[in-house]
Design a protein around this ligand. Structure first.
Ligand code: HEM
Length: 413
């Protein structure tokens, strides 16, 4: 295979409303440019991106050549950003999504059990009860002009679930919602800095204080289990403890809430398939999987860095260079998925990579699947005459790069 070391970077619009509304044509264009392309992204500049199903899988599973830590790969610029983080934000760099083995293995093994299939299945009745409680509040917020499903159901439900798993007091949830939304709605450099200072810093300080409180008075839940592991000599630093809670809390609801809102929107766009689902909730898991593929909320992975110069799909990725996996492009690769731009709740097999793959595959994958399936079933069963409260074209998407979130989802019934 011939090696083209540095092709010119292409400009690809991954933030516009048009792209978020219908990403399939752009994703097809990206794949058409090659399995690994050079693109220019806002904030990041010129980076590499894997665009096909095979290239994405190979990238995310090659932990020898592609690593999470910029310092390991000699990327001084990104390494310096991590080093120069203020003390209050330092735990951000300790989270396991940014760590490589053996640290990653040590951290992940502490939380894996809580998110395994059996543990999640055992939680199912409680998840259903929390979904119903969130729906009670949605109903209470109902008004003739419509109600925002995102704020009144899609966010509170997964937040309640993850707080319960962590063992955080229910009365603190509105506070997390405020902080998290300060960060999650931020776009652009200044917005992100503001979000870090006002949202993330407060959340990190809260996690640190809560660890101290639970060291004396444990509440039961994952946080107490982590404190026990630390005390039993599992070599967790305080920053690592705080980072873990922050990661699980943030990743455990910011993702799922947008998936739930998108699922509702997508099913309303496909009334035939919604009717089939309503007639047979046995299809809920298969529908949840297909919606994960179709929506691909996490459109792009976190960056990987080449540990040394590497040849990858005919390109030379230089030591320290950044490479992303475009999960949305992999999930719509026609080499793997027949008619990928078509929603098909019966699709089998459905080996999507909406949760990534390799050692950093989503910790909460089973939980998210079960939560989104429960959310659909409870919502559409309770409110069968459910519709958008605004014209479809007025539904707005967050401009943030790499994810496909909605700003709001006004509905009525
Ligand atoms: C629909 C919902 C979700 C989606 C689409 C999603 C997506 C992802 C993706 C794509 C990754 C891998 C990123 C990469 O390799 O760069 C990931 C990792 C992760 N996710 Fe999720 N996620 C979801 C829900 C959750 C939930 C409910 C939790 C709660 C525990 C969670 C916790 C995590 C954690 C801790 C990681 C890092 C794992 C590691 O580094 O080993 N996610 N997620």
């Amino acid at each position: 295979m011939s090696i083209d070391p540095e092709p010119p970077a292409v400009e690809i619009d991954l933030t516009s409303q048009a792209f978020k509304r219908d990403p399939f044509p752009t994703l097809a264009r990206m794949r058409g440019l090659g399995p690994v392309i050079r693109v220019r992204l806002p904030l990041f500049g010129k980076v590499w991106m894997a665009t096909t199903y095979d290239a994405v899988n190979d990238l995310l599973r090659d932990h020898q050549r592609f690593v999470q830590s910029p310092a390991t790969a000699g990327n001084r610029r990104m390494g310096a950003i991590v080093r120069w983080l203020p003390r209050s934000l330092k735990p951000l760099a300790s989270n396991m999504l940014l760590r490589d083995p053996p640290d990653h293995r040590r951290l992940r093994s502490l939380v894996d059990q809580a998110f395994r299939r059996q543990s999640v299945e055992a939680l199912r009745p409680r998840l259903e009860a929390l979904a119903d409680e969130a729906l009670d509040r949605l109903e209470a917020a109902r008004s003739p002009g419509g109600v925002d499903l995102l704020a009144h159901f899609a966010r509170p439900f997964p937040l309640a679930v993850i707080c319960e798993i962590l063992g955080l007091p229910p009365e603190d949830r509105p506070m997390f919602t405020r902080w998290a939304s300060q960060f999650s709605t931020a776009t652009g450099f200044l917005g992100i800095v503001r979000g870090l200072v006002f949202g993330v810093r407060r959340l990190l300080r809260y996690a640190r204080d809560e660890f101290r409180r639970q060291s004396v008075q444990p509440r039961g839940g994952l946080m107490a289990a982590l404190i026990e592991a630390e005390e039993a000599g599992d070599r967790l630093t305080e920053d690592e403890l705080v980072a873990m809670v922050f990661l699980v809390l943030a990743a455990g609801h910011e993702t799922t809430l947008h998936q739930i809102a998108h699922n509702v929107l997508t099913l309303l766009d496909h009334p035939q398939q919604l009717a089939e689902l309503r007639a047979d909730w046995g299809l809920a898991d298969s529908a949840a999987q297909e919606l994960l593929r179709y929506v691909s909320f996490a459109q792009v992975s976190k960056p990987r860095y080449a540990r040394a110069d590497a040849e990858f799909y005919g390109r030379t990725i230089r030591r320290g260079q950044m490479i992303f996996a475009c999960l949305a492009a992999a999930n719509s690769d026609p080499a793997i998925f027949e008619a990928p731009e078509r929603l098909d709740i019966h699709r089998q097999p459905n080996r999507h990579v909406a949760f990534g793959t390799g050692i950093h595959v989503c910790l909460g994958a089973t939980l998210a699947r079960v939560e989104t399936a429960i959310a659909m079933e409870r919502l559409f069963t309770r409110f069968p005459r459910f519709e958008l409260a605004i014209p479809r074209l007025q539904v707005r998407f967050s401009a943030r790069i790499g994810t496909r979130g909605l700003v709001a989802l006004p509905v009525k019934w």
